[in-house]
Design a protein around this ligand. Sequence first.
Ligand SMILES: *Cc1c(COP(=O)(O)O)cnc(C)c1O
Length: 446
Amino acid sequence: MVDAQKYIQADPTVRAVAEQKETVWINPDYLPFAVTDGLCQLVVADADIADAEARLARFAPFIQRCFPETEETQGLIESPLADIPQMQKALEETYGCAIPGRLMLKMDSHLAIAGSVKARGGIYEVLKHAEELAMAAGKLSVEDNYAKLADEDMKRFFSQYTVQVGSTGNLGMSIGIMSAALGFCVKVHMSADAKQWKKDLLRSKGVEVIEYADDYSKAVEEGRKRSDADPMSYFVDDEKSVDLFLGYAVAAKRLKHQLDELGITVDEEHPLIVYIPTGVGGAPGGVSYGLKRLFKDAVHCFLVEPTLCPSVLLGMATKEYEKANVHDFGISGITEADGLACASPSSFVTRILGNLLSGDFTVKDGKLYDYLRLLDRSEHKRIEPSSCAAFAGPCGLLELEGSKDYCARHGLTQEKLANSVQIAWATGGRLVPAEIWDQYLSTHMD
Ligand SMILES: *Cc1c(COP(=O)(O)O)cnc(C)c1O
């Protein structure tokens, strides 16, 4: 257990976080990209990300064959990048804030197969594992058309193996759906926060869902223990996995392609500012890392977490990393943002982002539903409450002292901000059932 009081007394931002106020933590260790480059390449190199991208391309024929919804993109799992000018105006009017530049929504909320950002990392890790098993057994080579992995004999082969994962919901869905499609036995260990409809959907796909009355860390711990005891079982470890991270990092090149197609330049004069909702840190960490590698100092990556579960913020601000736990700071960790309910952060991500992350905003649960309604009304787009956390970024950037000061220190002048693109990264929503949308749209709270 970390000495929370020590940090609360020493750091006014940590104090505000412990008091569950909406705030922003600005990373005091943020460094120019060139300084961080060498060390970062040693941990996760550009070649590793390119390798992940190539693997996803190899699997595209298999994905297209199993999931007809990916027909249009030829088996590539990618999401739209949309302008949301009406939402930009609605946010400015509702909250009396100024949002300069062009506000866009990266709609990972609508990714094929898993309906969340987990379709990037989660699915990637399962595919990589399947490839390794099949290659080791002499049943697959890189030259093959991977569509053959959907054949019955391959499914029989994979059915000897088990894949397990601990999840608050969406990771379980991505791992569960893809593992089941390959033929693996799948066990998803779910925390108490997980929504019933996610459990029901998984069970309908033949996935074994094991429920825990405890929080996410406990579900992971139990899942890991059970998997380790079974030599035929593989555990997807959200708190540590580099493969998950690589799958997320591929998003950056795909985004660059979309920006290029829209004729949008990103450079020092035209900055890119990105806000990503964060749970354990894996998805936003991988995406941010990929973005930094591509856009370097021209991109500013911010995370957003619920005031009720700011675990990555606390792990990074205290440099206690995975040892930081929101409970030690008197915070419940229980939030409506089920996708973000991780009481302790990823050891890997909190470290690798140490010099790359710009900052981390916190947002109250009630705002998530307000944003959800505002987006539905202004743009006729629906994203789940966890996803909506992203909007606290553009609303807070010039309102909160910390981020205002960050802009001043990093040459984000009014003029440059007017040329900027700000992206709210929507992380989930497509699979939410109709009756749950009704519930979400009518939820009002502080
Ligand atoms: C998982 C998830 C996140 C955050 O990802 P982490 O890897 O847990 O940080 C954000 N939003 C949604 C909807 C998610 O499912």
